[in-house]
Design a protein around this ligand. Structure first.
Ligand code: ADP
Length: 154
């Protein structure tokens, strides 16, 4: 079984993440969207909120599981017997950052990282810009899944 972990902060999940996840569905039998818990990071949304946003975005998709984890991503992959890490690439900065992590992860564990290039219409979207819009009272609904907008404005 081809099982991939898509690790990230998802603070919150955006249409950019959604695009990567949807396009990876034909490639894997199971995709674990794994929300990393990093005690040093300040998040806008709680772990429960971030998990709910993702679950609501994919409630009908049987291949997708949403989990949380702490510690090294490769250790988490081994625990759940996933052979692949999924990541998205938006720009050269993402590439440089991801290259070192992917090479290190393969050295440490043999786990391959599979990269999908962002779609042209979602390449500019980032969780940090979405957070800025929300923090300043703007409307981020064109950048995030409906399940997230609806949960924020019930
Ligand atoms: P992290 O803190 O691990 O970078 P993020 O939630 O910001 O967590 O991102 C998780 C993954 O989603 C990363 O691989 C990132 O490159 C990818 N990603 C984020 N936004 C987009 C986008 N608009 N298009 C493609 N990939 C994206």
């Amino acid at each position: 079984m081809k099982k991939a972990v898509f690790p990230g902060s998802f603070d919150p999940i955006t249409l950019g993440h959604l695009d990567i996840i949807k396009r990876s569905l034909p490639l894997f039998d199971e995709i674990v969207i794994a929300i990393g818990i990093n005690a040093k990071k300040n998040y806008m949304f709680s772990i429960e909120e971030r998990k709910k946003f993702i679950q609501n975005s994919f409630f009908a998709e049987e291949k997708i599981i949403v989990e949380t984890y702490s510690g090294l991503t490769v250790d988490y992959c081994k625990t759940i017997q996933a052979d692949f890490i999924l990541r998205g690439l938006r720009n050269p900065a993402d590439f440089e950052f991801e290259k070192a992590i992917a090479q290190t992860n393969r050295k440490l564990s043999g786990i391959e990282t599979v990269f999908l290039l962002t779609s042209a219409d979602t390449s500019f979207i980032s969780s940090s810009i979405v957070r800025d819009i929300i923090r300043n009272g703007g409307d981020a609904s064109s950048l995030i899944p409906d399940a997230v907008s609806n949960a924020m404005n019930p």
